[in-house]
Design a protein around this ligand. Structure first.
Ligand code: HMG
Ligand code: MG
Length: 298
């Protein structure tokens, strides 16, 4: 059976904007995040404290956070790759961070410049320090349905990394189909495989829509007991270390599908479409979301 309610983690301001070729003004990021909060999103990934040389687009994350209007009940998680990132996040008063590992060695090396084992060793003190300071920590696993460098990835490899991150103290493990190559039955088998190591209620789905499969993949997993979905408004995004990777599944499309299925998300779809427009106008393009385009043309 399908869940009654799904929690959507909006990743557009981070995953969506980290790979844009043009520099996006801090004020535009702030306006986007405020508009997303107005649309009812309660978990909005606001940026990342990674090396600004590796990902220049996220260099202003501290400035973005400083300009957000505090809202009770809202979370603005940020990515941190190491203790240095955690310290920068804590200096901004962040209450939730995310560490990010991969299920493929080559991707781990390209994305964070270390092996999977080294990344887990590096994350251990990050998670411990964060939790001791009262922060919540989310864990990502990338390349769960395929790697841009290695091709197929075994579900068992994903399960091992997911279990390790949970063991470090992450409250939730987000499964990233980084390059969007997954298809519905593969996605379902993956979640079933990971569920042997990580309870279903701790699993989130983070699917990119590169091959147009993301909504179908989500639907294929939703009756297994997963109820957390990562998505990006207007389908923004891509990963700088995964060539050809496009945006996450669009939040508007997910919200439209779930609303049609009678599943609660707390999102005001029309306000969400407006939030998407606030940033796509800046980027000089149409929202990638079909639901957004349909709503705009009514
Ligand atoms: P490294 O070069 O091995 O790091 O990079 P290092 O520790 O040797 O440090 C090198 C320099 O970076 C030093 O500066 C450090 O101070 C600085 P220098 O002395 O040369 O002037 N540095 C930092 N500066 C600011 N903040 C920090 C930080 N750390 C080091 N936190 C590192 C290793 C992990 C830092 C680098 O590889 C990196 O930043 N990678 C991030 C890559 C990234 O952000 N990728 C995108 C996010 S992941 C994603 O999109 C996937 C996801 O969406 C899920 C999915 O779809 O699958 C989550
Ligand atoms: Mg991603």
């Amino acid at each position: 059976t399908y869940p009654e309610r799904v929690r959507i983690v909006e990743v557009g301001p981070r995953d969506g904007l980290q790979n844009e070729p043009t520099t996006i003004p801090t004020a535009a990021k702030v306006a986007l995040i405020e508009a997303l909060a107005d649309a009812g999103l309660t978990s909005i990934e606001a940026g990342s404290f990674v090396s600004p040389r590796w990902v220049p687009q996220m260099a202003d994350t501290a400035a973005v956070l400083a300009q957000l209007r505090p809202r009770p009940g809202l979370r603005y998680p940020v990515l941190v790759p190491n203790l240095q990132g955690l310290e920068r996040a804590r200096a901004c008063g962040v209450r939730e961070v995310a560490v990010f590992a991969a299920a493929s060695e080559s991707f781990s090396r390209r994305n964070i410049n270390c092996s999977i084992a080294e990344s887990l060793e590096r994350f251990a003190p990050v998670v411990e320090t964060a939790r001791a300071a009262g922060l919540r920590v989310r864990g990502y696993v990338s390349c769960v349905l395929g790697c841009p460098y290695e091709g197929a990835v075994a579900a068992a490899a994903v399960a091992r990394v997911a279990e390790a991150l949970l063991g470090l103290g992450c409250y939730e493990i987000s499964l990233g189909d980084t390059i969007g190559t997954g298809t519905p039955l593969a996605a379902r088998r993956l979640v079933e495989g990971v569920a042997a190591a990580v309870p279903l209620e701790r699993i989130a789905l983070h699917f990119h829509d590169t091959y147009g499969q993301a909504l179908a993949n989500l639907l294929a997993c939703l009756d297994l007991g997963v109820s957390v979905i990562d998505s990006a408004v207007a389908g923004l995004g891509g990963c700088p270390y995964a060539r050809g990777a496009t945006g996450n599944v669009a939040t508007e499309d997910v919200a439209y599908m779930l609303r049609g299925m009678g599943i609660e998300t707390g999102i005001d779809l029309e306000a969400l479409v407006d939030a998407g427009l606030s940033i796509t106008r800046h980027l000089n393009r149409e929202p990638a979301s079909k639901a957004a385009r349909a709503i705009l043309s009514r």
